[in-house]
Ligand binder design. Structure first.
Ligand SMILES: NC(=O)c1ccc[n+]([C@@H]2O[C@H](COP(=O)([O-])OP(=O)(O)OC[C@H]3O[C@@H](n4cnc5c(N)ncnc54)[C@H](OP(=O)(O)O)[C@@H]3O)[C@@H](O)[C@H]2O)c1
Length: 275
C-alpha cells in the first residue's frame, strides 16, 4: 500500500505522522521528532497551543532529512481567532519553528462567530506561499457547509478524532465526497482501545499490537493517522503499519466497535477551551 495520499492541492501528504501534543518544549519533543523521522515518519503535527514549536523546529533542523521531504502541520489557536490575530499567530509559529513555510495550516477549532473570518485570513496565508495548503480541524458538516458559502477554497484536510471507538462515518463520507482529506487525531484513543477484547484478538490474528491494528484500520480507509508517543520503541512500532493488511471481514467487525467515545473535546465543549 502506498503511504501517501494526494490532497486537493495536488500535493502529496504522508498517511502517517507523529503527533506531539503534551510533549514538553525541550528534549522530549525534539528527540521524538528526530526519532520519528529517522524511523521513516515524514509528517509532524503540532500546534501553537502545544507550546513545543521551538523543540519541533529543532528536531526538524537536526533530523538529517531535507525540509522539502517533510510535511509539517501547524494550527491557529482559539485565542488568536477571537483576538483577530491570525496573521500574527502564523508569523510567530514560523518564527518559533524557524521555518520559512508550513505544508499545512489548520484552524484548530471552529470558534463560533470567528471561524469564517479566520478562514479568510488563512486564504491570505495560502496566497503568500507560506502555507502550501490550508485546512480545518474539529469541523462538523454544518461548519464545512458554512465555509463553502463564503469561500471557493475547499479545505485540504479536516483533522478530527477518529479510531475504532469513535468512527464518525457520516462526517468522513461527507469529507471524502467533497475532496477533503480526513486526518485522524488521537488515533490510539489515548490508549482506550488497546486492551479491548476484539482489538487484542485481531492483534493476535495478525501478529501485531492492537495499536498497529487500530492505525492500520484507519489508513486502510484512506485516513491519515498521527499517533503520539515519546517512547522510541512505540514510535517505531506505531509506524510499522504498511507491511500488512486487515481482511475486509475484520475491517467490518472493527467498524461495529464505534461507541462515539471521545478522548478529546467535541465542538460543543468549545466554551470550556476558549482560553
Ligand atoms: N486537532 C485537535 O484538536 C487535536 C486533538 C488531540 C490530538 N491532536 C493531535 O493528534 C495527536 C495524537 O493524539 P493524542 O496524542 O491525543 O492521542 P493518541 O495518539 O491516541 O495516544 C497517545 C497516548 O498513547 C500512548 N501510546 C502511544 N503509542 C502507544 C502504544 N503503541 N502502546 C501503548 N500506548 C501508546 C502515548 O504514551 P507515550 O508517549 O508514553 O508512548 C500517549 O499517552 C496529538 O499528539 C496531536 O498532534 C489534535
Amino acid at each position: 500500500m502506498k503511504n501517501t495520499i494526494f490532497l486537493n492541492t495536488d500535493r502529496e501528504m504522508p498517511l502517517l505522522g507523529l503527533g506531539v501534543y503534551k510533549m514538553t518544549n525541550g528534549s522530549e519533543a525534539e528527540n521524538a521528532v528526530v526519532t520519528a523521522i529517522r524511523a521513516g515518519y515524514r509528517l509532524i503535527d503540532t500546534a501553537s497551543v502545544y507550546k513545543n514549536e521551538e523543540s519541533v523546529g529543532r528536531g526538524i533542523a537536526r533530523c538529517g532529512v531535507p525540509r522539502k521531504d517533510l510535511f509539517i502541520i501547524a494550527k491557529v489557536w482559539n485565542t488568536a481567532q477571537r483576538m483577530g490575530d491570525v496573521q500574527g499567530a502564523f508569523s510567530r509559529t514560523l518564527e518559533r519553528m524557524n521555518l520559512d513555510y508550513v505544508d499545512l495550516y489548520l484552524i484548530h477549532w471552529p470558534v463560533p462567530g470567528c471561524y469564517l473570518h479566520t478562514w479568510k485570513e488563512l486564504e491570505k496565508i495560502l496566497d503568500s506561499g507560506k502555507a502550501l495548503a490550508i485546512g480545518v480541524s474539529n469541523f462538523e458538516i454544518r461548519h464545512l457547509e458554512e465555509l463553502q458559502k463564503i469561500s471557493d477554497i475547499v479545505p485540504a484536510v479536516n483533522q478530527i478524532e477518529c479510531h475504532p471507538l469513535c468512527y464518525p462515518k457520516d462526517l468522513i463520507d461527507y469529507c471524502q465526497s467533497m475532496g477533503i482529506q480526513v486526518q485522524a487525531y488521537a488515533p490510539l484513543a489515548r490508549g482506550a482501545y488497546l486492551d479491548h477484547d476484539v482489538m487484542c484478538i485481531l492483534g493476535t490474528k495478525y501478529a501485531r499490537t492492537p495499536a498497529q491494528v487500530g492505525l492500520r484500520w484507519a489508513v486502510q480507509k484512506g485516513i491519515s493517522v498521527i499517533p503520539k508517543s515519546s517512547r522510541p520503541e512505540r514510535i517505531v512500532s506505531n509506524g510499522a503499519i504498511f507491511d500488512f493488511s486487515i481482511q475486509q471481514e475484520d475491517m467490518d467487525i472493527m467498524d461495529t466497535l464505534n461507541e462515539d467515545f471521545h478522548s478529546s473535546h467535541v465542538p460543543e465543549d468549545l466554551r470550556g477551551i476558549m482560553f
